[in-house]
Design a protein around this ligand. Structure first.
Ligand code: NAI
Ligand code: MG
Length: 513
C-alpha cells in the first residue's frame, strides 16, 4: 500500500462553499429555527469545510406542512404525468451538466476518489432521474372481469388506480450521498409524492447543491424540501411525524428498527434499505484472475462502505492460498490517499466515528486470534484512513465475520464442498447481496437459487442500474428500490367498483334479487 499526496480543494467549489448552507423549505432557503449549525469535515484532512443548518423537529414540522400543501393544493398534483416526467428528465440533465462540481463535492464531503464519484455516483444519479422520468406516464392500474357470486348479473366495471402515497419522509446515509438522494427522490416524484429529504449529517453538501438544481429545473415550491440535521433530532422527527404518510430510509439496521417503532404512531408506510454481511463465493473452477480482482473490488470499492460489500469471502479449499495471496497483493499495492489525487484508488473513511468503529473491529479480530494477512491498522496521517485489510484464520462465529464492519476489511473463509456453502453463506441475520464465481453455470444457478439475498452477482459484483430492483431479505430491509418495483414504495392502490346502473341494494345482507 502506498499513500498519495494531498491536493488542495478545487477552486471551482469555492462559490458553492462560500454560500450559507441552509434548509430548503417551500422553495425558500433559511437558517434552522434554532439558529444552530453543525460542522462538515473533509475526511481526507479532518478539516472543517462548511457549516450547515442543524434542522430539528420544528424545521421538520414546517417542511412537512409545506410538502402537504404542495401535495394537496399546489400545481404539482395537477401536473400531467408527461410534464412531471419532463421535469424529472431535466433534473437528470442538470446533474449531468454539473457532474464535475457534484463529483468534487462528493470527494470533499465523503472522501471517495473523484474519478469514482464522477463515473459511478453522479452518472447513476442522473440515470435514476431519467429512468424514473419514463415511469411517470406508466404508473397504471388494472381492470378486472369480476364474478360476484351474489350479484350474478355482473354489471360492474372494476379497476385499480395507483395514487401517490402523499407526503414522504426520506432519510439517507453518507456512503453514496447524491446517489441515495436520487434513489429516493426519483421514484417518489415519479409517483407524484411530495418529499422531505434529510441527508446524512456527515455528507449534506451534494444534496444541497441538488436542491438548487431541482429549483433550477422548475419543480414547484414545497414538492422537495431538504432539511439537514442530526439523525436523533431531524431524522427521528420525520419518522415520528403524523403528517408523514411514508418514510423511506437507508442506513443501519439498528436505526431501521427505531424507524419502524416511531412509524407505529400513525402507521405510516415504511421501506428500509439496511446493512449486510454479504457472502462472496469463489469456486476452484472460477476464472482466477477475474475472481481475485472481483473479490478485492467487492470489498474495497467505496472504502468498503457499501451495504452490499462482499465482506465474507468464501474460497474453495484447493485455491484458498492462491486467492488469499491474490487479494492480499491487490490490498498491499492499493494507492490509498486523498480522493482529489488522480492516483488514489481508495480514499479515507467518511468520519472519525466510522474510523473508530472500524478500528474497534480490527482490534476485536486481533483479540479473537484472527490473522491480519494484510493491513489491519490505521494510517498514520491526518484524515480517517484505514489500511485495506485481509483477515484470515477466522471462523464463522467471530465478531468480524458476523457483524457489518463497513470498512475495507474482508474476512477470508475456506470451504470444502458445495453442500455446506449455501448454509454457511446464509448463516447471517442479513440478506442483501451475494457473489458467486465459477465457470460452471449450472453450479452458479444452483447456488444463486439457494442464497437468501436480494441481489446475486455471478462472475461480477456491485453491478447497479436504475432498471434493477435492489433491497434485502431478512434484516437487510423491507421493499425494493429502483425499477418498476419502486412504484409500490410510493403509491397506494385504490380499487374502484362502479355499477353500470345504480343498484338497488337489498336492505339486509348482500344477496341480490
Ligand atoms: P445511521 O443509520 O445512524 O445513519 C443513516 C441515516 O439515518 C442518517 O441520515 C442519520 O442522520 C439518520 N439517523 C440516525 N439516527 C436516526 C434516528 N434515530 N431516527 C431517524 N434517523 C436517524 O448510520 P451511521 O451511524 O452513520 O452508521 C452506522 C452503521 O450503519 C455503519 O457502520 C454501517 O454498518 C451502517 N450503514 C449502512 C448503510 C447502508 O447503506 N445500508 C449506510 C450507512 C450506514
Ligand atoms: Mg448512527
Amino acid at each position: 500500500m502506498t499513500t498519495a499526496s494531498t491536493p488542495a480543494v478545487p477552486q471551482t467549489l469555492q462559490p458553492f462553499l462560500a454560500k450559507p448552507k441552509q434548509l430548503m423549505i417551500n422553495g425558500q432557503w433559511s437558517a434552522a429555527k434554532s439558529g444552530e449549525t453543525f460542522d462538515v469535515f473533509n475526511p481526507a484532512s479532518g478539516e472543517v469545510v462548511a457549516q450547515c443548518a442543524a434542522g430539528d423537529a420544528k424545521d421538520i414540522d414546517q417542511a412537512v406542512k409545506a410538502a402537504r400543501k404542495a401535495f394537496e393544493q399546489g400545481p404539482w398534483s395537477k401536473l400531467s404525468p408527461s410534464d412531471r416526467g419532463k421535469l424529472l428528465w431535466k433534473i437528470g440533465d442538470l446533474i449531468e451538466a454539473n457532474n464535475e462540481e457534484l463529483a468534487q463535492l462528493e470527494t470533499l464531503d465523503n472522501g471517495k476518489p473523484y474519478g469514482i464519484a464522477l463515473a459511478v455516483d453522479v452518472a447513476l444519479a442522473a440515470d435514476m432521474f431519467r429512468y424514473m422520468a419514463g415511469w411517470c406516464t406508466k404508473i397504471q392500474g388494472d381492470t378486472f372481469p369480476i364474478t360476484v357470486p351474489y350479484a350474478p348479473d355482473n354489471d360492474f366495471h372494476a379497476f385499480t388506480l395507483k395514487e401517490p402515497v402523499g407526503v414522504v419522509g426520506q432519510i439517507i446515509p453518507w456512503n453514496f450521498p447524491l446517489l441515495m438522494a436520487a434513489w429516493k427522490l426519483g421514484p417518489a416524484l415519479a409517483a407524484g409524492c411530495c418529499v422531505v429529504l434529510k441527508p446524512a449529517e456527515q455528507t449534506p453538501l451534494s444534496a444541497l447543491r441538488l436542491g438548487e438544481l431541482i429549483q433550477e429545473a422548475g419543480l414547484p415550491e414545497g414538492v422537495v424540501n431538504i432539511v439537514t440535521g442530526m439523525g436523533e433530532t431531524a431524522g427521528a422527527a420525520i419518522a415520528a411525524h403524523d403528517g408523514v404518510d411514508k418514510v423511506a430510509f437507508t442506513g443501519s439496521t439498528e436505526v431501521g428498527k427505531l424507524i419502524i417503532k416511531a412509524a407505529a404512531g400513525n402507521l405510516k408506510k415504511v421501506t428500509l434499505e439496511l446493512g449486510g454481511k454479504s457472502p462472496n463465493v469463489v469456486y476452484k473452477d472460477a476464472d482466477m484472475d477475474a475472481a481475485i480482482a472481483g473479490a478485492a473490488s467487492a470489498i474495497f470499492f467505496n472504502q468498503g462502505q457499501v451495504c452490499s460489500a462482499g465482506s465474507r469471502l468464501f474460497i474453495e479449499e484447493d485455491v484458498f492460498d492462491d486467492v488469499l495471496a491474490g487479494v492480499g497483493d491487490i490490498a498491499k499495492n492499493m494507492k490509498v490517499g486523498d480522493g482529489f489525487d488522480s492516483a488514489t484508488e481508495m480514499g479515507p473513511l467518511v468520519s472519525k466515528e466510522q474510523h473508530d468503529r472500524v478500528k474497534h473491529y480490527l482490534d476485536a479480530g486481533k483479540a479473537g486470534g484472527a490473522t491480519m494477512a494484510v493491513g489491519g491498522g490505521l494510517l498514520d496521517r491526518p484524515g480517517y484512513f484505514v489500511q485495506p485489510t485481509v483477515i484470515a484464520n477466522v471462523n464463522d462465529d467471530m465478531k468480524v465475520v458476523k457483524e457489518e464492519i463497513f470498512g475495507p476489511v474482508v474476512t477470508a473463509l475456506p470451504f470444502k464442498d458445495d453442500r455446506e456453502i449455501a448454509d454457511r453463506a446464509n448463516d447471517t441475520d442479513y440478506g442483501l447481496a451475494a457473489g458467486v464465481w465459477t465457470k460452471d453455470i449450472s453450479k452458479a444457478h444452483k447456488l444463486a437459487k439457494s442464497l437468501r439475498a436480494g441481489s446475486v452477482w455471478v462472475n461480477c459484483y456491485n453491478i447497479f442500474d436504475a432498471a434493477l430492483p435492489f433491497g434485502g431479505y431478512k434484516q437487510s430491509g423491507l421493499g425494493r428500490e429502483g425499477a418498476k418495483g419502486s412504484q409500490a414504495m410510493f403509491t397506494e392502490m385504490k380499487t374502484t367498483i362502479i355499477a353500470r346502473e345504480p343498484r338497488k341494494m337489498p336492505r339486509m345482507g348482500m344477496a341480490a334479487e
